[in-house]
Design a protein around this ligand. Structure first.
Ligand code: HEM
Length: 465
């Protein structure tokens, strides 16, 4: 469109704004770089222009499905090397998106959640057993690496519910090799996305591919194993069973073997670190706000009674309203999927003044939008009561979007919320939580955002005499 928006720093010939943002934390960098640039701003890296959205008002407009739709900016486009036309990376008009969406929706209904509930409980229990076996101080207190352990938990829950596969995450302190291989592969994808339009880009991306080959092979073998375990069965009780054995009720179409690989990878990635980050940020804010922690713990105690090892029933989970608000508020300040992108369906003037054509896209920086002072009072402070129904009603639509928007919104939203509330309630009922007084929040940006080096001390609560 030829239009220029404000951009941070002074643009250099050839490389543009390269080096302005921290390549290890590109989206976090936007929170500082974009702070004073207004509702819309841009950066250019080599020949690629990026447009960013910081305001709730423009976000609301971009979330109007009749005018805008999901876009795949270069960083997401690059993931197609791995996830192809899987649900997350599929283009809007790719026929496999609709097919997979129709086939897989039944795996995310309320009755499906009910069948996952016991698996979620069992997995959380294994995490607690793992913690209880760690060394303690004389008071019985143990210190745990929250993000690492929540990632074990969510990885295990996802693989057991979706693929009926046990990753054995709790048998070793280290993270599962899949997690590091995947992070490495995705990091490569992101770098390749950034280098696409660089001089010598083709050579550099080939180099990255070679360096990544080992991680890539590991991931490929793992996908082969997951499918081989199930290839000759006909059961349809989980996501993999549906993918392998169910035909579309109207068209009779099935997912191809290649598409199934893309979906498995998509679910493994989309389904675990996102939720692990949400749980970790929630625990971080609760541990920093004793009054919120107390209220959350009281809610868990009221629901679960005297036995500290009790866990919520399926019906109890949606009634844990305060814990849910604590989680919603954590995802407001730190949306673990930090951004999503939108394109207009036809040429339009965004906000009445910014021209956007269908080939243009804009990246919504959620952490900025979720802290827009036009919508949120004292936006950096943690206050779960912002999500009381009467307060939600006072806000305009589309001001809180941690799970994306419209037909391409998160298919796993209920799954993530059910698991997170269940785990937080059980954890707070079972342990007293104390923060490390010296810890200052640092955020690690992988494909998602998670707290870095965040530890809490847990002391098992006792059954009252
Ligand atoms: C899509 C966030 C958990 C599977 C999305 C999108 C967001 C998101 C923002 C839209 C991206 C875009 O517009 O480009 C989150 C957050 C989660 C979470 C914050 C946890 C707190 C999950 C879980 C699963 C999952 C548990 C699977 C079990 C997916 C899939 C898509 C998606 C498959 C693509 C949907 C489509 O385009 O059809 N997620 N997600 N997510 N998510 Fe999640």
């Amino acid at each position: 469109s030829g239009q220029r928006f404000p951009s941070p720093g002074r643009r250099k010939p050839l490389i543009g704004d390269l080096g302005v943002a921290d390549p290890r934390h590109p989206l976090l960098s936007m929170l500082t770089l974009g702070a004073n640039l207004g509702p819309i701003y841009e950066m250019q890296v080599f020949r690629q222009k990026f447009v960013f959205i910081a305001s709730a008002e423009l976000t609301a407009e971009l979330c109007d499905e009749s005018q805008f739709c999901k876009a795949l900016p270069p960083a997401i486009e690059a993931l197609r090397d791995y996830a192809g036309d899987g649900l997350f990376t599929a283009r809007n008009d790719e026929s496999n998106w609709q097919l997979a969406h129709d086939l897989l929706m039944p795996a995310f209904t309320k009755s499906a959640m009910r069948s996952y509930h016991p698996i979620m409980l069992q997995t959380a229990n294994e995490l607690f057993d793992y913690w209880d076996a760690l060394p303690t101080d004389p008071a019985g207190t143990t210190t745990v690496d929250v993000t690492r352990d929540m990632t074990k938990l969510t990885m295990e829950t996802l693989s057991r519910t979706a693929f009926s596969h046990d990753f054995g995450s709790f048998t070793s302190a280290e993270q599962h090799p899949f997690v590091s291989a995947m992070i490495r592969a995705l990091e490569t994808g992101r770098r390749k996305g950034a280098l696409r339009t660089a001089p010598g880009g083709r050579y550099l991306t080939a180099l990255l591919d070679r360096r990544n080959a080992q991680a890539q092979n590991y991931v490929d073998d793992l996908l082969d194993d997951l499918i081989a375990e199930r290839e000759h069965t006909t059961d349809q009780h989980d996501l993999l069973g549906i993918m392998l054995n169910v035909a579309h009720p109207e068209t009779g179409e099935r997912l191809s073997p290649l598409n199934i690989r893309h979906q498995i990878l998509t679910f493994l990635v989309a389904g675990h670190e996102t939720t692990s980050g949400a749980l970790s940020f929630a625990l971080y804010y609760l541990s920093q706000h004793p009054e919120c922690l107390e209220q959350a713990q009281r809610e868990a105690d009221d629901a679960l009674g005297d036995d500290p090892t009790a866990m919520p029933t399926f019906e109890q989970v949606p009634r844990l309203r305060y814990i849910r608000r604590a989680l919603d508020e954590a995802l407001r300040i730190w949306p673990t999927v930090p951004a999503f992108a939108r394109s207009p369906r036809s040429t339009t003037m965004l906000g009445g003044r910014y021209r956007m054509a269908p080939e243009d896209w804009a990246v919504i920086i959620l952490a900025q939008v979720h802290r827009d002072p036009a919508v949120w009072d004292d936006p950096d402070s943690y206050d779960p009561d912002r999500f009381l129904p009467e307060n939600i009603k006072k806000r305009p639509a589309h001001t809180y979007k941690p799970f994306g928007n419209g037909v391409r919104a998160c298919i796993g939203r209920q799954f993530a919320l059910h698991e997170s509330v269940l785990v937080l309630a059980s954890l707070l009922h079972r342990y007293d939580v104390a923060p490390d007084p010296d810890y200052e929040l640092r955020v690690d940006e992988r494909l998602t955002m998670v707290p870095k080096d965040f530890y809490v001390s847990l002391t098992p609560r006792r059954v009252p005499a």
